[in-house]
Design a protein around this ligand. Structure first.
Ligand SMILES: [Ca+2]
Length: 201
């Protein structure tokens, strides 16, 4: 009898510690998504001066086209000069944003050049913004950029990215109370058959 209780207690401790580790892993993942912040470099002269403000995507202003590499916190993780592509345009109440931490233009060219918007949105972060852009229909800002203020500045060969992602900040805060607003948490039971959410593109 004492041995049986020992086994039960051991299993509870094992599950509890692994669940706790997964809880902390989820909070760490959430924390990595609260902002895109880093520098961009490009092998050719590129230009970007683009902002979406306010964060509910009503207006967007500027233009950006950068094909190179990114270093910093981007796409939900720390990046050390990963392939990077960003193309954006904002005409006040209509605009779009394309950004990828991991792919360059050559990886996305077939979707961009053929206007395959739905497939582009699967391959990277791509959405319409601005009041008229949103009214135009999907692809709309995805969950992790739904309330965000992307800022891109790139002049010549170097630039910066500063994109607070407010919806992910809320997800981080509520996550401490096990409320997963973004639906991106891994199951607390590491042995669960549930599929892990897709990583940032
Ligand atoms: Ca979450």
């Amino acid at each position: 009898m004492r041995r049986a209780w020992g086994i039960v207690l051991g299993a509870a401790v094992l599950f509890g510690s692994s669940g706790c580790a997964r809880y902390l892993e989820n909070r760490l993942r959430d924390a990595g998504e609260v902002i895109d912040l880093g520098i961009t470099v490009s092998p050719e002269p590129n230009i970007a001066a683009f902002v979406i403000f306010p964060p509910i995507h009503v207006t967007a202003v500027g233009y950006g086209m950068v094909d190179g590499w990114f270093a910093g916190l981007g796409g939900g993780r720390l990046q050390g000069f990963c392939p990077y592509f960003q193309q954006s345009a904002g005409l006040l109440v209509w605009g779009y944003e394309t950004v990828s931490f991991g792919k360059r233009y050559a990886d996305l060219a077939e979707y961009i050049e053929k206007g395959r918007d739905d497939e582009l949105a699967k391959q990277c972060t791509f959405y319409r913004t601005g009041a008229l852009g949103l009214a135009e229909g999907p692809p709309w800002p995805p969950e992790d950029y739904r309330v965000s203020c992307p800022h891109y500045v790139h002049l010549g060969f170097v630039g910066v990215v500063l994109s607070p992602r407010y919806s992910e900040m809320a997800d981080l805060l509520t996550g401490f109370f096990l409320l997963d607003l973004s639906g991106d948490d891994l199951p607390l039971d590491p042995g669960s058959k549930e599929l892990a959410p897709a990583s940032s593109k």
